[in-house]
Design a protein around this ligand. Structure first.
Ligand SMILES: [Zn+2]
Length: 439
């Protein structure tokens, strides 16, 4: 299992200049190659391979452009590798080989957005409080938590707020937490972030809502500045920093909650929410984005994988809020403002969210799942044909992409019929255990 570990780094003025140069060179190589590939593509010829691109845009380019020699060459090669991978993902997505959300064609990189460069092999070395980077020097790093293993690569990142980070890819082994014999169903909502099937209600911070006025003020000031001026850059930085702060508050809450849940429960069941569909409702869009439902699912899933817990996401078409969990009677669709109701069949009084959470826990139709790690490999061949849909859930993540970015989201337009088809086979956890070996 691969995981990312990110640390803040503090380059000095000279190192910042060198890093900017490196980012610039990586961007140049990427953009030049991309432009060339687009041209070839337009003329109907076959795209150049990674090796050809390296020859043309690094080795040969260096003879003309001396400044390309001032930076380490591995980050340049890695940037072309990324381009190659981006094309592969795009083509595989077009032909249907790659499942999940449609991948778009690679884009040109801009000087103004987030910058990144990846070092591999002997191009970087880690020490007590420094990280050595070829042609940059020893940069101060703060090890906020220990690295569990020797990393395979490091990506140096400059975010839009001007902070620098080192992000390591590390091979980790699944860990085991003591069994608790407890399972939990979670209903996600807007006013109450999570309602658990045991009756607990968890309220989330709403950092965007709290900072909306401040953000609007900063943005207004930014809009008034003159293009290309120093004041504009200052104002832009202020907006970016506030956005960063909002994101940090949200992520911190989601991390704490998901860790807590994974520690307490052997099995965690969520509902598959059509977030991108809901965001189209403009009244709710801001509130929903502020909560980070999707991130919560991603984090919980990753932690379940790490700690060998079971994780399930149930079909979004299940009538979880309509059904009485005691007798199974369907009370029909309820408006969002109906928070409590009484079952007409058995007379049980329900809290809408708790009832839904219990239904989520008991639902068997699953669209995504993570189960305990593999112990046995048997009867694999026979399972493959009938489980091809599930194979896509375990798509290999490209090197250099965060592990948590696994694109497993089902497309918003998927019909209920299709979902049912997935459910039939996915309720058997054994088939997953075996299939995941083939990635
Ligand atoms: Zn009932």
């Amino acid at each position: 299992m691969k995981a990312r570990y990110k640390y803040r780094i503090y380059p000095n003025h000279i190192q910042i200049t060198k890093l900017n140069k490196l980012f610039g060179c990586c961007r140049y190589v990427w953009n030049q190659s991309l432009a060339h590939c687009n041209q070839i593509y337009a003329s109907g010829e076959k795209k150049l391979s990674y090796v050809d691109l390296t020859k043309q845009f690094i080795t040969q380019a260096k003879q003309k452009l001396i400044w390309l020699k001032d930076v380490a060459s591995t980050p340049l090669q890695q940037s072309l590798k990324d381009l190659d991978q981006a094309y592969k993902n795009f083509f595989n997505s077009c032909t249907g080989k790659r499942k999940g959300i449609k991948v778009k064609a690679p884009k040109f990189k801009s000087r103004k957005s987030r910058q990144a460069a990846r070092f591999v092999g002997s191009n970087y070395k880690i020490a007590q409080d420094k990280i050595f980077l070829t042609k940059i020097g020893k940069v101060k790093i703060v090890w906020s938590r220990p690295l569990p293993n020797q990393p395979t690569s490091v990506t140096i990142i400059k975010d839009s707020a001007g902070s620098y980070f080192a992000s390591f890819v590390v091979e980790t082994n699944p860990e085991f937490l003591p069994k608790t014999e407890n399972s939990i169903g979670i209903d996600l909502g807007i006013s109450i972030f999570a309602t658990l099937s045991n009756g607990d209600k968890i309220v989330a911070p709403k950092p965007l809502k709290q900072n909306l006025k401040k953000l609007a003020k900063f943005k207004r000031k930014f809009a008034r500045t003159e293009k290309g001026s120093k004041r504009r850059e200052k104002a832009r930085l202020r907006v970016a920093k506030l956005h960063g702060k909002i994101k940090d508050i949200r992520t911190d809450f989601l991390h704490k909650l998901s860790t807590d849940l994974v520690k307490k429960y052997d099995t965690i069941v969520l509902e598959d929410l059509n977030v991108s569909g809901m965001i189209k409702n403009r009244k709710l869009a801001k509130a929903i984005s502020d909560l980070g439902w999707r991130q919560f699912r991603t984090l919980t899933k990753a932690k379940c994988e790490k700690y060998s817990r079971e994780f399930r996401v149930i079909n979004r078409w299940e009538p979880t809020s309509q059904k009485c969990h005691c007798c199974g009677f369907k009370g029909g669709k309820k408006e969002l403002n109906v928070r409590e109701w009484t079952c007409l069949n058995c007379g049980t009084f329900h809290d809408r969210d708790i009832n839904a959470a219990i239904n989520i826990l008991n639902t068997q139709s699953v669209v995504e799942t993570v189960t305990q790690p593999i112990t046995k490999v048997e009867t694999v061949e026979t399972k493959i044909a009938e489980n091809q849909i599930q194979l896509s859930l375990f798509d290999v993540v490209a090197e250099g992409q965060p592990e948590t970015n696994k694109r497993t989201r089902r497309r918003g337009k998927s019909s209920p019929k299709k979902d049912v088809r997935v459910d039939e086979s996915s309720t058997r956890p054994e088939s997953f255990k075996q299939l995941s070996l083939f990635d």
